[in-house]
Design a protein around this ligand. Structure first.
Ligand code: AMP
Length: 184
């Protein structure tokens, strides 16, 4: 199973990705998590990414693309994966497309989690992460609309996109999501 989770920050992608990853025994690959770990470990990547993340801006592609390629190259990602938080813009989507062609893999579904802006702000303020103050959240929503929303149209051309109402309860979202996945 190979899945791409799309949708605004705070839409519940991370929680759902964890659940589906456990169910299918495949890695949950969150670029945000990898970056937060790099910041905590004060690696060169982390040091370069930190200011962008604190502002709620996208970290430049040249820092992200190699990181994703390396992660998908690891043995545990061979049977499948869930990408959460990547791709975040059209160049990243095109990069992933080429990469998957290179490694002869196909994404089964791109899942678009839909949640209104007001609900997102409420949820994220409750989450208490360092980059979750109201100004940064609003900025991340703007970045999402400008850079990431076009990625949804990119995946529409493949007919593999499903949209899910992310405002439902967590358990209902999981159920709808599982039902939308390919069998076997
Ligand atoms: P997330 O946990 O997905 O909300 O990501 C947290 C922050 O990490 C984002 O606000 C960005 O600064 C950065 N980030 C995560 N994924 C990406 C990506 N694919 N491209 C650029 N920046 C990213």
């Amino acid at each position: 199973m190979r899945l791409i989770f799309l949708g605004p920050p705070g839409a519940g992608k991370g929680t759902q990705a964890q659940r589906i990853a456990e169910r299918f025994q495949i890695p949950h690959i969150s670029t945000g998590e990898i970056l937060r770990q790099a910041v905590a470990d004060e690696t060169p990547l982390g040091r370069q990414a930190k200011a962008y993340m604190d502002r709620g801006d996208l970290v430049p592609d040249e820092l992200i693309l190699g990181m994703v390629r390396e992660r998908l190259d690891r043995a545990d990602a061979r049977p499948g994966w869930i990408l959460d938080g990547f791709p975040r813009n059209l160049p990243q989507a095109e990069f992933l497309d080429d990469l998957l062609r290179d490694i002869q893999q196909v994404c089964d579904r791109a899942v678009n989690f839909e949640v209104s802006d007001d609900e997102i702000v409420q949820r994220m303020l409750g989450r208490g992460r360092k980059d979750d103050n109201e100004d940064t959240i609003r900025h991340r929503l703007e970045v999402y609309r400008a850079a990431t929303a076009p990625v949804i149209d990119f995946y529409r051309q493949y007919d593999r996109i499903v949209s899910i109402d992310g405002s439902l309860s967590m358990d209902d979202v999981t159920q709808v999501l599982v039902e939308s996945l390919p069998r076997n």
